[in-house]
Write a protein that binds this ligand. Sequence first.
Ligand code: SF4
Ligand code: SF4
Length: 354
Amino acid sequence: MNSSTETTSDIEEKELIVHVLWINAGLSCDGDSVALTAASQPSIEDLLLGVFPGIPKVQFHWPLIDYHTGDDFIQWFFKADRGEIDPFILVVEGSIPNEKIKEEGYWAGFGNDPMTGQPMTTSQWIDRLAPKAWAVVAAGTCATYGGIHAMAGNPTGAMGVPDYLGWKWRSKAGIPVVCVPGCPIQPDNLSETFLYLLYQAAGKAPMIPLDKNLRPSWLFEQTVHEGCDRGGYYEQGQFVNGYGDKECLVKVGCWGPVVKCNVPKRGWIGGIGGCPNVGGICIGCTMPGFPDKFQPFMDEPPGGMLSSMISNNYGKVIRALRSITEDTVEKEPKWRHNRNELTTGYKPHWQKGA
Ligand code: SF4
Ligand code: SF4
């Protein structure tokens, strides 16, 4: 399958299965795998059971929940390498250590190479499978941009998939690395991205729209602040002094105004939970600069001091003006009463002489 057009016709005409081959053997905590089991819009079960009309059948080969184990499980990856599975989406979870910086051993591996009996490194799998994949999805901030494992001082030289493959890399279907960041991913952000790709594979959706950091743009184009329930407090210059209060958290370390993420707007599971919307500072976990550029997390962000000072001043004026209006709208109009007269201003024009 050499192009997206071929993929589409193959799937439509031959009813092929789209396989999802999931490698969680980057430098990873498996948190994105665990998070995905909480998705509900759609859930993984929805995708597997084909409850959406018009998407191809899908088979996950996912270490977290797969029925197959050991060699039986890893065989799917060798099949893909031999070209026996097509099309497939390669999912990488965890950052990619730099195997070139040492003389022996390996940082991260996934199964053994039958030829040598030695572990197959995560990098080797990516080298083999990425050119054959219909699309490559980097799941979580470690796989997208390096994340926590790629912090300053790490010994592995870890990086994200676009750093490894190149930011201009395209799959054989012409799709860039699809990056769904988050530490961990918001469950529905990833499952929705899979759903989009399946519709695209079926020829029912255009090329997935990605921003300059290869994130699905409909999920990551707005900032945390733009979707935060506490934005009203920020605008009125009302800030918490400690944790547990209901106002804006910028003074205790919230980076929401400059972070691209939809979690406060979407909630975490089924609309419940989140970060600043429910009292936890945003630490920028979806961002390419995470975590180094956001630490120490619990200090006020550099820009926050000036903007909150300005907001504090004009917020006082706005709050005073709003309280006058609020007093008015908190009262019912005076014509709502039970006296023996109508004082609504109604004029019965239909009555003779009226
Ligand atoms: S808590 Fe954070 S994201 Fe919410 S309004 Fe304040 S600064 Fe913005
Ligand atoms: S709101 Fe901030 S901390 Fe929470 S998931 Fe989004 S980027 Fe991460």
